[in-house]
Design a protein around this ligand. Structure first.
Ligand SMILES: Cc1cc2nc3c(=O)[nH]c(=O)nc-3n(C[C@H](O)[C@H](O)[C@H](O)COP(=O)(O)O)c2cc1C
Length: 171
């Protein structure tokens, strides 16, 4: 698949089969993240891999809504960053996350982004704090998002070329 087709194929997948993601696939996904660009080449990421079912269930409850799909994922990757290292950690972490999502699509797997930064659960506890506690991360490590990953249990349509909002572009 060339990149033009890959960007059209990538859709958020929130339903997964029970089939595990292989170690080789996981390594390929993380390899892509480790090749992502960062401001001043800081590379202050921390990628935490979670495949323990109890932890995935706890992760799925980190937000009032929007995180449920993590319970079904074969594996999740928390995209974290040492925020003391740079003022562009949000950008660095986000670029690594989307780079992994394209790699995941290329492998025939599915993923969805669960937003963590600036989000909280029903009791008002920040999702970042819940995840730091669950994963044993220190306070200076920020959590941008968690990617839920697995074999898709549903097929999503390709992005519709005819519905692209070209009005977003000026020249
Ligand atoms: C910054 C960001 C935050 C997102 N947060 C969530 C989320 O918390 N939960 C969720 O189910 N999807 C989340 N998504 C996925 C979007 O809902 C999805 O990308 C959008 O609806 C477009 O659909 P598509 O990815 O299939 O093209 C997020 C995506 C981005 C880029």
């Amino acid at each position: 698949m060339d990149f033009k087709d890959l960007v059209q194929k990538r859709r958020s997948i929130r339903k997964f089969t029970d089939e595990p993601v292989s170690e080789e696939q996981l390594r390929t996904i993380l390899r892509a993240a480790l090749m992502a660009p960062t401001g001043h080449s800081q590379r202050g990421w921390h990628f935490v891999v979670i495949d323990d079912k109890e932890k995935l269930t706890a992760l799925s409850q980190c937000r009032e809504a929007g995180s449920d799909f993590l319970r079904e994922a074969a594996v999740a990757i928390a995209v974290c960053y040492d925020a003391s290292a740079t003022d562009v950690w949000v950008e660095d972490a986000s670029i690594a996350a989307i780079t992994m999502q394209y790699q995941i699509t290329d492998l025939g797997l599915g993923s969805c982004w669960c937003q963590v930064r600036l989000r909280s659960n029903a009791a008002g506890v920040s999702a970042s704090q819940t995840i730091r506690q669950l994963l044993g991360l220190p306070d200076h490590i920020e959590v941008e998002c968690v990617l839920g990953i697995g074999h898709p249990a549903i097929e999503r349509k390709l992005q519709d070329e005819d519905k692209l909002n070209w009005d977003c572009v000026t020249r």
